[in-house]
Write a protein of this length. Structure first.
Length: 388
């Protein structure tokens, strides 16, 4: 009963959860019934030799995925979900890393897991099948916290991005050509939608061009003030261009469908939903300077009882079949290079358009682990932006 008791305690402590990008899963039809369905897979007992205890983001596993994995491997998945990185970490701390065999934290939170000693065990790379993982994502993940003290503790799993959505009936932006700067062209004044939390980051990337100064700002407070100061000046000068600020799925959707925004910064998952529901009126593109990208990972807790089964699932999800089923179910992107083969033709075409046939993946600007001072500094400049 340890796992269920810990989870109930955590949910009581987290009565007011902050919004995360995961909220968009609730807007995807395939996930609409997740909360009602997945308790069928919750069990008070720990996994046996033919079972696997998984702790993942809400909506990450469909019934079809669970059934197909069992058909392929003979292993039954017991699934428990979480809604924030903080919830997942708190659970593993409280249970002393017991009760689960595979967990899916975001790369930006991994440093917190490492500080809490003995929560994770190193990944045995000799047991991994990595042939299908996108080489640039695998390589870049090493700089995003998956390697700790010279050893791999996490493997990249899924990703999503913020780029540019636009009304294709009035703008004709092209893959590989559109820039973050295009949304701030004079023709778009008064018709831009943007998210204050990340707008300054995309502006800093735009002004930088290469992302090198922005990268350095993560470890240099004086430079961070300079970089965000420059972005803030640009933001204030162009504030009249903003028709609507958004912070969540509903706000982003209404900006385009109800408030007549023509262009703006958006999450790719929501943008793809808009693309489908609007019969291709609204489209999404990764800017040539790089879309802002998040990365989720797979980790094995130190107290995992079914390690062999955990590696079976890691390799299954890292295959074209597993990655494709995940991508089709969630609307998030798989790190598997050919996962799009699991999509229907229309979805595959949208992905290729959005990410320029995959070339834009090489240029993604990944969200990095952020020191507390960096988070606080950015939020200070965001408040200044909104108040200006």
């Amino acid at each position: 009963m340890l796992k269920n008791t810990v989870l109930e305690s955590i949910k009581t402590q987290q009565a007011a959860k902050s919004f995360t990008r995961r909220g968009l899963l609730k807007s995807v039809a395939a996930v609409a019934g997740a909360s009602a369905v997945f308790p069928l897979f919750s069990s008070p007992s720990f996994a046996s030799s033919g079972e696997l205890e998984v702790f993942a983001w809400q909506g990450y596993f469909s019934l079809e995925m669970i059934a197909e994995f069992k058909k392929d491997t003979g292993i039954a998945i017991t699934f428990t979900d979480f809604e924030t990185n903080a919830e997942a970490l708190l659970n593993l701390k409280a249970s002393k890393a017991q009760g689960f065999d595979l967990v899916f934290p975001s790369a930006t939170s991994l440093s917190n897991w490492y500080v809490a000693d003995d929560l994770l065990q190193p990944i045995d790379e000799s047991r991994l099948v990595l042939d299908e993982i996108h080489p640039s994502i695998l390589k870049k993940s090493n700089d995003l916290g998956t390697i700790y003290r010279g050893q791999r503790y996490a493997l990249p799993f899924s990703w999503g991005a913020e780029g540019i959505s636009f009304d294709s009936t009035v703008r004709d932006y092209k893959p590989g050509e559109v820039s973050w700067a295009d949304q701030w062209s004079s023709e778009n004044e008064g018709f831009v939608a943007t998210r204050p939390h990340s707008a300054l980051t995309s502006m800093a990337l735009m002004l930088d061009g290469t992302g090198e100064r922005l990268n350095s700002a993560y470890v240099n407070e004086d430079l961070a003030r300079e970089v965000f100061g420059e972005a803030l000046l640009f933001a204030i000068e162009h504030k009249s261009y903003v028709r609507q600020f958004w912070n969540d799925v509903e706000g982003l959707t209404s900006a385009f469908t109800l408030n007549n925004c023509v262009v703006g910064q958006s999450w790719d998952g929501v943008a793809i939903d808009l693309w489908k529901s609007s019969k291709s009126k609204f489209k999404f593109l990764a800017p040539k300077e790089g879309a802002l990208a998040w990365l989720d990972t797979m980790v094995v807790p130190a107290g995992a009882e079914n390690v062999d089964q955990a590696y079976e699932l890691i390799n299954w999800l890292s295959s074209v079949k597993g990655g494709g089923m995940f991508m089709a179910h969630t609307g998030h992107n798989s790190v598997v290079n050919r996962a799009k083969e699991g999509l229907d033709l229309a979805s595959r075409d949208r992905f290729d358009f959005a990410f320029n046939g995959g070339e834009a993946i090489e240029k993604l600007y990944w969200w990095k682990p952020e020191p507390k001072w960096f988070q606080e500094l950015r939020e200070l400049y965001v408040r200044k932006y909104k108040a200006a």
